[in-house]
Design a protein around this ligand. Structure first.
Ligand code: NAD
Length: 368
């Protein structure tokens, strides 16, 4: 066999084995997701959303509960070979039906499963918060980079029509020069045994879980990166729910333009709100980041106007999110909410905790 022909055959064989080539091979085939963690979000919210997707499909499930995994697989027509446990998860590398692993586990397991997925040659969608520390986020980004795989964080607000319209209007100057953003996110956490209240599994309290929505809102509504943060925690430590993690935490972010964001998260009230105030008007969303039923108003010259039915990128925010990563895998572009975006938030989250602990403003721009 001549050398050129041998090289052609070898490179064709390598191409056939590479997951990227597999995707490129049949450009319009929906890519397969493996859902890791069949809890509330993975099983009840994400899995049903594949019916709304154009480019994504359910290809496997990963669970510690074999009976549940078998039942969910049967409900969605998955073969037995597409069911994994946490112990044999790494063998997912041999499953060509799985292109992307979606990590829907407690926060402290995000890093481990993202890194294992990347090492198995799979792209990763990881739920928020990205992880429980900056160090974990950096390790996740490095693992995905080393494996040449995409990493996206499940920040669904970036695919939610009202939030997208609010960002567009804010950038277009609808409210004038942005002076102030306020955002509060919380719910009543009633179950003292919930993993969200165990620091080793959650990494922290309401800030890790709901505060990331307020923090994200402050960043995407202003379009700026904060330069300083001042935080204060308020937790009733005699409440059996809050022996390990915080209940309420408030923080103020200062932005280079002079804009201020006043944010809050809590486990003792239902709150879901974003407000932007500029020198010409206001943009308000309430509820702001729910799965559905979000609402938005524009205020100008003392008059309020409700914005209804802005267009979104998918049938639902979840479908838009799932299909976005597929399109990124196909085209090679970076997800709009990449691992770096999750890392930026985690740097601020660590500074918020530090500010609350030390009772002082923490600079985020390296200045003393
Ligand atoms: P959940 O408790 O309902 O589900 C967690 C799953 O992880 C369960 O199936 C559980 O069995 C499994 N698990 C594996 N190892 C575990 C361990 N050591 N301890 C406890 N559970 C373990 O939680 P959830 O509400 O589905 O949250 C999962 C992730 O999804 C979290 O990171 C959360 O922040 C995120 N989430 C995101 C949204 C969103 O809107 N983007 C909404 C809800 C949850």
């Amino acid at each position: 066999m001549d050398v050129a022909r041998r090289d052609l055959i070898l490179s064709a064989a390598a191409l056939a084995l590479s997951p990227r080539a597999f995707a490129a091979d049949r450009p319009n085939r929906p890519l397969g997701y493996a859902i890791v963690g069949l809890g509330y979000y993975g099983q009840q919210i994400i899995i049903p959303q594949f019916a709304n997707c154009q480019h994504s499909r359910l290809a496997a499930v990963v669970s510690g509960d074999p009976a549940k995994a078998k039942r969910v697989a049967a409900e969605h027509g998955l073969p037995a070979r597409s069911i994994y446990s946490y112990a044999n998860f790494d063998t997912i590398r041999d499953n060509p039906d799985v292109d992307i692993v979606y990590v829907c586990l407690p926060n402290s397991l995000h890093a481990e499963y993202t890194i294992r997925a990347a090492k198995a040659g799979k792209h990763v969608m990881c739920e928020k918060p990205m992880a429980t520390s900056v160090a974990e986020c950096e390790a996740m980004i490095a693992a995905c980079k080393a494996a040449d795989r995409k990493l996206m964080i499940g920040y669904r607000s970036h695919f939610e029509p009202f939030n997208l319209e609010a960002m567009r209007l804010a950038r277009a100057g609808e409210a004038g020069k942005i002076r102030y953003v306020r955002s509060e996110h919380g719910f009543v956490q009633g179950d003292p045994s919930a993993w969200r209240l165990k620091k080793s599994l959650s990494g922290g309290g309401s800030l890790m879980d709901m505060g990331v929505y307020s923090l994200q809102a402050a960043r995407y509504m202003t379009g700026e990166e904060p330069v300083a943060v001042t935080a204060r925690e308020s937790t009733d430590r005699s409440d059996p729910r809050f022996t390990e993690v915080e209940d309420i935490i408030d923080w103020t972010l200062e932005f280079p333009s002079g804009a201020i964001a006043s944010c809050q998260s809590m486990y003792s009230a239902n709150q879901n709100h974003i407000l932007l105030m500029g020198d010409k008007g206001r943009i308000e969303l309430e509820p702001a980041t729910r799965y559905e039923g979000n609402r938005m108003w524009l205020g100008r010259d003392g008059r309020e106007r409700e914005v209804t039915a802005p267009p979104g990128p998918g049938k639902t925010q979840f479908a838009g999110q799932l299909d976005h990563l597929v399109q990124c895998v196909r085209t090679g572009r970076e997800p709009i909410v990449s691992g770096e975006e999750g890392l930026r938030d985690m740097r601020i989250v660590e500074a918020i905790y530090r500010s609350a602990r030390e009772g002082r403003t923490i600079r985020l721009d390296g200045r003393a």
